[in-house]
Design a protein around this ligand. Sequence first.
Ligand code: SF4
Ligand code: SF4
Length: 399
Amino acid sequence: MQPNPKEMKKPRIGVYVCWCGTNIAKMVDVEAVAAQVEQFPDVALSRNYKYMCSDPGQDMIIEDIKEHKLDRVVVAACSPRMHELTFRKALSNAGLNPYMFQMANIREQVSWVHVNREKATRKALSLLAGAINRIKWHESLDKRSVSINDATLIIGGGIAGLSAALEIANAGKSVYIFEKSDKLGGMLNNIDQLYPKMEMASAIIDPLIDKVTRHKNITVFTGRKPDEIFGYIGNFETYLDETRSPESTLKFGAIIVATGLKPFDPSPVEEYGFGVLPDVITSIEMESLLKSGDIRTRTGRVPKHIAIIHCVGSRNEKYHEYCSRMCCMTALKQARQIKDALPESSVYEIYADMRAIGKGGEEFYAEGFKQSNTFIMFDQKRGMPRVRESDPGELSYTR
Ligand code: SF4
Ligand code: SF4
């Protein structure tokens, strides 16, 4: 139940804004932020200091708590992952309940990620104002021990979920896997060979599925997703059917979300004609052709020229600005497989930047030259390559 604000004692909040040397102070006007929040109701004092986590910084908080009878403390500094415990200990040392503390992250979430000092200062002030409002609702807490359930629920039965399941189960703990499709294995079921060693994907995933399904500590639920999950860290539960009876209750203490990937839909990239030109296909569709061992166009012809376009939907501000880090290697791998299957064909790698990421990636890239594949570079900023139909059944590409 929420405490009634009228019954609450008027808080006395101490606020500390950290410079982190120049880490925060170069991008946030820490003095202005500290001065502004000092005017907030219930803020008894507000200070800024170069290194709040240092011994002098902590001593300052301890002395202020005693001298100014502070009953709540807010520190605007780095991530709570770094120093929340440090400051909680300082509160304890001053005789204050350590949970009467709140941190605002103005380093990782502000100074490190912004380039405009004015806007960064405004955001820091806003985060700090939120922390100050929140701490008014804090209540003293006591530590207590609760037993935890050491079973794990894994959502997703692909390579990540299965590998995690096996590790945990081999450590003697129970594992429940929920896989929404009717088959374990996930995306690897659709892949033919894996780079850079070119081993068959099935040689990796099939034995793993076998080990998981036979393991005495692992229970697999295929064709379903967990509906609702209740509880808290260490003690979660879900129901296996509508009856919601104790028999249908599954209990576990940890959850691993391994729900896999969703391939990018290239239809919005008009230049490539995906969805309009029938022989423009995705790399996942190409995997099916490679896996079948019968590479043909939609009209049933064996292709003589195959172009593989890189960076589709990546490294482009209209779609995703980041590099997805795996499609260069996928393209190189598929080029190699096509060349092996159709030695007379010409394969063109149309790329923006070659990022042969991972162990053995560069060597794998170099192999592409030995196979006489043609590498054509483009710059997305100067215009996308355009795919069009030239002769019926043939595609051509222009820059
Ligand atoms: S409290 Fe965090 S932000 Fe401040 S000096 Fe220490 S590490 Fe830097
Ligand atoms: S540079 Fe390579 S790995 Fe990165 S997005 Fe483009 S194709 Fe993918």
